[in-house]
Write a protein that binds this ligand. Structure first.
Ligand code: ADP
Length: 469
C-alpha cells in the first residue's frame, strides 16, 4: 500500500508540473501518426524471416506485435478527446501508455529473439539490425516522456543482451572468437542508443521550454494590446463628446447664428472648425480601428442593391466634390446588383474610397464610379484622374497610419487609417479590395463582392431587399 501511495505522489508531482499533459498528447498523437513508418521495418523482418525460417512461429509472433499496435491506436483515439486538463484522466492514460509500452516492447523483442534463435549460423545481423532500428525509432519519436522511453529501451536492452549471449551460451566460444567480438559490439551499440536517446530527450525539453516562453510572451502581448485598446477607447470617447459640442458651437458661430462675424474673426474660426472636423475624423477612425481589433465591430448583413449604395455614397460626398470642383459620373449596373452587406459599413467604405479619389484629384477632374456584374460577382470601381500611386506602395496604402506621401509638401490631410479600416470591413464581407494605378494618370480602386442570388437570400434568411433611390 505504501508503494502505491508513493507512486501516486510521484504522479501528482508529475502532473502538477506544467507541460506534462502536453507531453502525453504529443506522445500519443505522434505514435498514431507514425504507425506505418514504425511498422515498415517489422513487416520487412516478418516477410524475410517467414521466407528463410519457420513461417508459422514468425507470423504468430508478428501478429502479436500488430495486436499491440492496435492497442496503441485505440488509446491515441481516446486521448484525442481528452482536453489535456483533468489529471485523473491523464493518470489513467499514463498507466495505459506504460502498460502498452511493456506489451509492445516485449512482443517486438520476442519476435526478434525468435528470428535470432532460428538463425543458427552467420551471426545475428538481421535481428540486431531490426532491434537497433526499433530503438532508434523510439529514441527519435518517444522522447516526450523519458520514463516511457527508458521502459521501452530497457526491454530492448534485454533483447540485445539476450541475443548477444545466445551464441555464447550455445557455442561456449573462446575469447578470441568472433562471437565475443559481436557480443562487445552489441554492448557498444547499447551505449550508443542510450546516449542518442538522451540527446533527443534534451532537444525535446528545450523545445518545450521555448514553447512555454513563446506562450508567455504571447499572453503578455495580448494583455498589452488589450490595455492599449482600452486606453484608446477611453481617451477617444472622452475626446469625442466635448469635440462634438465644439464643432457644433463653431458651426453655429460661423453660420451667423449669433450675428454677423467681424471680417477679421472669420478665417481663424473657419480654420478652427476645419481642424476640429479633422480631429473628429481621426477619433472616429481610432474608435473603429479599436473596435475591429477587439472584434467588437458588429455587422448586420442584409441584401443591398449596389447601385443604390453607390448613389447614396455619392450624394453624401457631393458637397465635397463640388467644393473641389470635381465632376462625379456614375455608371450603374443594368443587371441585378444585389450583394449581402452591412449598409452603414459599406457606405463608410465607399465614402472613404470616394473622398480619397476626390482628395487626390486635380481641380476640374473627373471621378467615375461603376457597378458591374459578372456571373458570380458584383464589382464597384472608383476611378480618378489624380496623382496616382507609385508601384510597390500597396503595403503603405492599406497599412495603419501610413500614407504614401507623408512629406511636408503633402497637399491633403488624412489619418492614414481610412483604407486600413476599409480593407478590414471589406474582408468581413468576404469581398476583396484592390487597385490599379499609374503615377500622374490616376487610380482605380475595386471592391468585388459575391453577387446575391434569390436562393442565397432564402437560405440565409436575410431581410428583404430594401430599395434605395
Ligand atoms: P488618408 O487618410 O491619408 O487618406 P487612407 O488610408 O485613406 O489614408 O489612404 C492611405 C494612402 O493611400 C493615402 O495617404 C494616399 O497616399 C494613398 N491613396 C489612397 N487613395 C488614393 C487615390 N485615389 N489616389 C492617390 N493616392 C491614394
Amino acid at each position: 500500500m505504501k508503494g502505491a501511495g508513493s507512486l501516486t505522489a510521484v504522479w501528482e508531482s508529475w502532473f502538477s508540473s506544467r507541460g506534462r499533459e502536453q507531453r502525453i498528447k504529443d506522445y500519443l498523437i505522434l505514435s498514431k501518426k507514425l504507425v506505418w513508418r514504425r511498422q515498415a521495418s517489422f513487416i520487412v523482418a516478418a516477410i524475410l524471416s517467414a521466407f528463410y525460417f519457420d513461417p508459422v512461429r514468425i507470423i504468430f509472433l508478428y501478429g502479436i506485435v500488430v495486436i499491440t499496435e492496435f492497442l496503441d491506436e485505440r488509446l491515441a483515439r481516446q486521448a484525442e478527446v481528452w482536453d489535456g486538463k483533468d489529471p485523473v484522466i491523464g493518470r489513467a492514460i499514463l498507466i495505459r501508455i506504460a502498460r502498452n509500452t511493456v506489451l509492445s516492447a516485449v512482443a517486438i523483442c520476442a519476435f526478434i529473439i525468435e528470428i535470432a534463435i532460428q538463425q543458427k549460423t552467420g551471426g545475428h545481423f538481421m535481428s540486431l539490425f531490426f532491434l537497433f532500428s526499433a530503438s532508434v525509432f523510439a529514441a527519435m519519436y518517444n522522447s516526450q516522456m523519458i520514463g516511457i522511453l527508458v521502459l521501452r529501451l530497457s526491454i530492448y536492452a534485454i533483447g540485445f543482451i539476450f541475443i548477444a549471449f545466445l551464441d555464447i551460451v550455445r557455442y561456449a566460444p573462446e575469447l578470441n572468437s568472433p562471437i565475443w567480438l559481436e557480443f562487445f559490439t552489441i554492448i557498444f551499440v547499447l551505449f550508443f542508443v542510450g546516449d542518442m536517446s538522451l540527446k533527443f530527450f534534451r532537444d525535446y525539453q528545450l523545445q518545450l521550454k521555448q514553447m512555454r516562453v513563446i506562450k508567455a510572451e504571447n499572453r503578455r502581448s495580448k494583455a498589452a494590446l488589450a490595455a492599449k485598446s482600452q486606453f484608446l477607447a477611453t481617451v477617444s470617447h472622452e475626446l469625442r463628446t466635448p469635440l462634438t459640442s465644439i464643432i457644433g458651437s463653431l458651426e453655429l458661430v460661423n453660420g451667423g447664428a449669433f450675428g454677423e462675424l467681424p471680417e477679421k474673426s472669420r478665417p481663424p474660426l473657419e480654420i478652427a472648425a476645419r481642424n476640429s472636423r479633422r480631429l473628429a475624423t481621426l477619433i472616429e477612425d481610432l474608435l473603429d480601428m479599436q473596435k475591429i481589433e477587439a472584434g467588437e465591430m458588429v455587422f448586420q448583413f442584409n441584401p443591398i442593391d449596389a447601385n443604390a449604395l453607390v448613389r447614396e455614397a455619392i450624394d453624401a460626398t457631393a458637397g465635397y466634390a463640388s467644393k473641389l470642383d470635381i465632376h462625379v459620373i456614375v455608371v450603374p449596373c443594368r443587371d441585378d446588383s444585389r450583394i449581402a452587406g452591412d449598409r452603414n459599413r459599406l457606405i463608410q467604405v465607399l465614402n472613404n474610397l470616394l473622398s480619397n479619389a476626390l482628395k487626390f484629384s486635380e481641380k476640374g477632374g473627373t471621378v467615375t464610379v461603376r457597378v458591374e456584374r459578372t456571373d458570380e460577382t458584383v464589382r464597384i470601381s472608383i476611378e480618378d484622374e489624380g496623382l496616382g500611386i507609385p508601384k510597390d506602395a500597396e503595403e503603405r496604402v492599406f497599412g495603419k497610419f501610413s500614407q504614401v506621401d507623408s512629406s511636408d509638401v503633402r497637399r491633403v490631410g488624412g489619418t492614414g487609417l481610412g483604407l486600413n479600416i476599409t480593407k478590414q470591413i471589406v474582408e468581413r464581407h468576404n469581398a476583396t479590395i484592390s487597385y490599379e494605378s499609374e503615377l500622374g494618370v490616376g487610380s482605380t480602386f475595386y471592391v468585388v463582392f459575391d453577387a446575391l442570388t434569390d436562393a442565397a437570400v432564402e437560405e440565409d434568411d436575410l431581410d428583404p431587399l430594401v430599395e434605395f433611390d
